[in-house]
Design a protein around this ligand. Structure first.
Ligand SMILES: [Cu+2]
Length: 373
């Protein structure tokens, strides 16, 4: 991790220049709104002499042995009978990680993971949230939680320069599964760097117990230069504004839920996926190939729908889906806007167990090939 941060330090100046343009563009969107101006001020202390050009190539050598950034574990159920004071601490910090094979990316993160830590509290809890911004950060950061009632969801009072910290307190008023994200201009630029996570607010009795819970978030990523070129890439503002991502990924990178990082369950288990879509731009049609969601909390709502094939998750939205695994095999998590498969939006759930021919069996296979799903 220390090495990662040192590497990021070398990238600091180009990132600062990018942030300057980000702030300038964002100011137009938010003119007259105080907190955006605060964020802009915090970000404009760097070099203003150079501007980012859409399509500008900026690919440097791929650091040796670069790995994908980790995703955090699911926070355990609250299981508490009364509201309490809960303290949560996040640190905004840059991390260089593998975005896809041969492609490196300078992430901005909460606590070094993408998504950031899952914050899980009970309805009625008072939450004291501390945001530290690492000295290694090239820019200011902040946090806006969609589960917070108050200006900017906290974004107004948490604009935090590198090396500083901010603290605010809120009451978790409504139950649900909520996105949190950085709200420092240019906000989508921070989102496209990986600054997001989920905050769960359980109802007083908690949610129904299941056997497995998983934490998955989708995000779109935009690279300067040729995205197929091996090397360490920088984020592209032009493509982001044009909404033409090079990568659409789950948990920060293509391949983050594959090979030794697949999700695992056994037949007969009840599975719950907390699925958030950070965007910043794309809407997700979340689907698990070979499964039907027994229960969906559409857009994270309290009310549920039954027997759903795909569920729409807006940018800046989240859902909970539940299903019981019936048949062993590999199940594939996708955004069913399937062109995005080619951009990395795919993950795998391996289900182990005895065959269940009453529910599914092959009578005569078409071929021995393993393609198709
Ligand atoms: Cu940020």
């Amino acid at each position: 991790m220390l090495q990662d941060i040192k590497r990021i330090g070398k990238q600091r100046m180009p990132l600062m220049r990018a942030a300057v343009l980000s702030a300038a563009l964002c100011a137009a969107w938010y003119s007259g709104r105080g907190y955006a101006e605060e964020g802009q001020k915090a970000d404009t202390s760097g070099d203003t002499s150079s501007a980012l050009t859409a399509g500008e190539t900026s690919v440097s050598a791929l650091p040796a042995n670069l790995e994908r950034v980790a995703a955090p574990l699911v926070a355990p159920p609250v299981n508490r009978k009364k509201p309490a004071l809960v303290r949560a601490e996040l640190e905004a910090k840059p991390v260089t990680g593998l975005l896809a094979e041969g492609i490196g990316y300078n992430y901005w993160t909460y606590n070094g993971t993408v998504p950031g830590p899952m914050i899980r509290v009970r309805q009625g809890d008072t939450v004291e949230l501390t945001l530290k911004n690492s000295l290694e950060s090239p820019v200011s950061h902040s946090i806006d939680s969609h589960g917070v009632l108050g200006p900017g969801g906290g974004g107004k009072v948490t604009q935090t320069p590198p090396g500083a910290k901010s603290v605010f307190q809120f009451k978790a008023m409504r139950p649900g599964v909520f996105i949190y994200h950085c709200a420092t201009p240019m906000i989508p630029y921070h989102l496209a760097h990986g600054m997001y996570g989920l905050m769960l607010v359980e109802p007083p009795g908690g949610w129904q117990k299941v056997d497995r819970e998983f934490y998955v978030m989708q995000g779109d990523i935009y690279l300067k230069g040729d995205p197929a070129q091996s090397g360490l890439h920088e984020a592209a503002v032009g493509k982001m504004v044009a909404e033409t991502p090079d990568f659409v990924v789950f948990n920060g990178s293509a391949g983050s839920l594959a090979k030794n990082r697949v999700l695992k369950a056994k037949t007969g288990e009840k599975v719950r996926i907390f699925f958030g879509n950070a965007g910043p731009n794309l809407v997700s049609s979340f689907h698990v190939i070979g499964e039907i969601f027994d229960k969906v909390h559409p857009e994270g709502a309290t009310e549920t729908l039954s027997n759903v094939q795909s569920t729409l998750v807006p940018a800046g939205g989240a859902t909970m889906v539940e299903f019981k695994t019936e048949v062993p095999g590999t199940y594939i998590l996708v955004d069913h806007s399937l062109g995005r498969l080619q951009k990395g939006a795919v993950g795998f759930l391996d289900v182990e167990g005895a065959p269940n021919p009453q529910v599914f069996q092959s009578i005569s296979a078409g071929s021995l090939a393993s393609d198709g799903h």
